[in-house]
Design a binder for this molecule. Structure first.
Ligand code: KIV
Length: 258
């Protein structure tokens, strides 16, 4: 197991794991100083390309964005989301994971699903590909509206089983997306690998959010999304100043001319 992965696992019950998404070098460079994991999520489909589903994201897009992010990452664990239809069976998953790691130099892959993907996870881990699991709401397979998971006894049992199976299969951690507090607490206490929550309460071993959301670059109106600043406003004001200076010929002054 590589050292970066060991460090992440060792944080369980010691220190919360901080994870954010990045889709490009410039953002990756800034967040790399502060987070443990940088995820190139297939959420880039909706955030950057306005897709109504992550199913439209393909491997080529993920590889190009991850190559850009890699240039900005020095210390964090870099994880790539394997997009929809790229891990339908063991050999497809292995071929695409190897390609992703070879071409982007990322450290690990994330795949969605619980029991359904346990054999794929086991196969990847056996072949030295570190895997981050993802259960609860799994956007690649959601039909209709996103609804938080773990309300009914059947859902609770399924989530617990999914988490246990992913752990048994060798995943080094599991993203819990939109899961009720009591059940994410139970899962976190039950398994030895870290849980990273997104809309899954403070009980998880770590938290992940989409960077564009916390920066106020998107119009996300989701209960668990906290906007920490308003970059749209900052960009707007800088662009307005530039425009005024161009119109008034204040820019470029001598200082900015040859
Ligand atoms: O695609 C993504 O960005 C994700 C995280 C939000 C967990 O899967």
């Amino acid at each position: 197991m590589n050292n970066k992965i060991k460090k992440i696992i060792n944080k369980k019950n010691r220190s919360k794991i901080v994870c954010l998404t990045a889709y490009s070098k410039n953002i990756a460079e800034i967040i790399d100083n502060h987070v443990d994991i940088i995820l190139v999520g297939d959420s880039l489909g909706s955030v950057l390309y306005n897709y109504n589903t992550t199913r439209k994201v393909n491997l080529k897009m993920m590889l190009e964005h991850t190559k850009s992010v890699r240039m900005g990452v020095k210390k964090s664990l870099l994880v790539i989301d394997l997009p929809y239809n790229t891990y339908r069976n063991k050999s497809e998953a292995l071929k695409n994971s190897k390609k992703a790691i070879k071409e982007t130099k990322c450290d690990a892959v994330k795949i969605e699903g619980g029991i359904k993907v346990k054999d794929i996870v086991r196969h990847l881990v056996k072949n030295k590909i570190p895997v981050l699991g993802h259960i609860g709401i799994t956007p690649q397979t959601v039909k209709g509206k996103f609804k938080s998971k773990g309300k009914t006894e059947t859902e609770k049992r399924k989530l617990i089983n999914d988490a246990k199976e992913l752990e048994k299969s060798g995943a080094f951690g599991i993203v819990l997306e939109c899961i009720y507090s009591d059940i994410s607490k139970k899962i976190t206490n039950l398994i030895k690998i870290p849980t990273i929550g997104i809309g899954a309460s403070v009980h998880c071993d770590g938290q992940v959010l989409v960077t564009d959301d916390i920066l106020g670059l998107t119009n996300a109106k989701i209960k668990f999304v906290k906007k920490y600043t308003n970059v749209k406003k900052i960009v707007n004001s800088a662009v307005l100043k530039f425009k005024k200076e161009v119109k008034s010929k204040k820019y470029p002054s001598k200082k900015y001319s040859y």
